[in-house]
Design a binder for this molecule. Structure first.
Ligand SMILES: [Zn+2]
Length: 447
């Protein structure tokens, strides 16, 4: 008898970037995982001395770090990737996206689109995402089956949709969904969402507040994304969205606010005081010309800021590495300050800060014993990682989705040597093709 503790898995790395508060990077490190939880993080020698594992994942030329957290997306919109590019925002939304969604969105569409999004995100090292789309239960089942972690929103908006007869139905479905799923899954967390201030009547924003309060879940919503939205809010309420939300008590429930490109100066203080989690989607903001969010000011003001990709229809991919880099480039180009959003800060936004922005800082975002085992391995054995002086610099500025070799979510090995273990990609491709044909057959766009 050796007296060693037996664990399911030990994941090794030349470097283990813990993202803990002490900023520990362990050279020749390892992470011991059991029953979905991180049991120990330390040197490989130390772990091998104290633990015996059923599976040992080699760490040669690998970095181990927490899984990335995509704080805002519309997963199933992957099926509209490249469908309508290079068009002004409101025209894009009203003349392309809304009509094609009315035509094509179904349970099959959401199941296939969500599976595709999970495949893409997991392959690129994203282990958690926050979703807002239609047919939330179908999305939740797809994510649960794959084993990925997600906050799935039952969303509300005052517009015709294929998954509800009217907004009363949407509210009813949301309540049922949250109650039904609150303890059903180890990785899927049900929450509620409102699309935006311009797609929900005030009475429904208030009703959303009350629903979130009664169910004790966050509200996920697009906030101050575009000039159109600000104009709408000023015309309708005489003020900007964040101030209006504060007035009606919508910020008294935990909020995951996507975008926040155009907060007023005094609204930054409101966001910090109310503990609103802001999710910055730089690629989407740049691509559809919404503007550059004042991330440096938000961070200095004490606001929790994470990163997101938004849907693939408006950012073309769900690549969190790209979001880190674009976030940094946009802030520096705007502030003319090459010191803002350094590598460490970008990594935090994609992991520990991202977890705080979505209210999950107790369980994910850092490699610490007791947290859930959402762990990725990134290969550094390639030209674009050589030479290596600073591993955090490489992760923020040189690494990409293609470098992710192994992914664990809740201790389950979902990407093994770059291959998904819980997704039948051949079957999925048939579903993608089926939906592509349906989307392509919609010819009234130019009408
Ligand atoms: Zn969005």
């Amino acid at each position: 008898m050796t007296g060693k503790q037996t664990v399911e898995t030990i994941v090794c790395g030349d470097y283990v970037v813990t993202m803990n508060d002490e900023r520990n990077v362990i050279t020749q490190g390892a992470v011991a995982i059991d029953a979905g939880e991180i049991v120990h993080v330390g040197s490989k020698k130390d772990i091998e001395r104290n633990f015996h594992s059923r599976q040992l994942v080699d760490g040669t030329d690998q970095v181990v770090m927490p899984g990335l957290i995509n704080g805002h997306t519309h997963a199933a919109m992957c099926l509209l990737r490249g469908f309508a590019d290079d068009i002004p925002l409101m025209e894009w939304l009203q003349d392309y996206i809304n009509p094609i969604e009315a035509h094509a969105v179904s349970e099959d569409y959401v199941r296939v689109g969500t599976q595709l999004a999970c495949w893409e995100m997991l392959s690129g090292g994203t282990t958690t995402f926050v979703d807002m789309y239609f047919f939330h239960e179908t999305a939740a089942i797809a994510v649960e089956e794959i084993g990925m972690r997600a906050l799935i929103s039952a969303s509300m908006m005052d517009q015709p949709r294929n998954d509800a007869v009217d907004i009363d139905d949407s509210f009813k479905q949301a309540e049922h969904f949250v109650r039904d799923w609150s303890r059903r899954s180890a990785t899927v967390v049900p929450i509620v969402a409102g699309h935006a201030i311009y797609t929900l009547k005030n009475e429904h924003l208030v009703r959303l507040r009350d629903l979130a309060k009664s169910l004790d879940v966050p509200v996920h919503i697009h906030v101050s994304e575009s000039q159109f939205e600000l104009d709408f809010s000023r015309d309708s309420y005489g003020t900007t969205p964040i101030t209006h939300f504060e007035r009606i008590g919508l910020l008294d429930v935990p909020m995951i606010a996507a975008h926040v490109v155009w907060p007023e100066r005094d609204e930054i203080e409101i966001l910090a005081r109310k503990g609103v989690g802001v999710v910055h989607n730089p690629t989407c903001n740049a691509r559809i010309a919404s503007g550059t969010a004042p991330i440096v000011d938000l961070l200095q003001g004490g606001v929790k800021v994470g990163l997101g990709t938004d849907g693939a229809a408006s950012s073309n991919n769900l690549d969190m590495w790209e979001e880190m880099r674009v976030a940094s480039l946009m802030q520096r180009a705007q502030t003319l300050d090459s010191t803002v959003l350094p590598a460490r800060e970008l990594l935090k936004m994609a992991t520990s800060h991202g977890a705080a922005a979505i209210g999950m800082q107790q369980s994910i975002g850092k490699l610490i014993a007791g947290m859930r085992a959402d762990v990725i391995q990134v290969s550094i054995d390639n030209a674009h990682h050589l030479p290596l002086y600073d591993v955090e610099s490489h992760l923020a500025y040189s690494s990409g989705s293609r470098d992710v070799s192994n992914v664990f979510v809740d201790g389950k090995h979902l990407i093994r040597g770059r291959a998904p273990t819980t997704i039948d990609t051949n079957e999925l491709k048939l579903g993608i093709q089926r939906n592509r044909e349906r989307i392509s057959s919609f010819d009234s766009l130019s009408a």
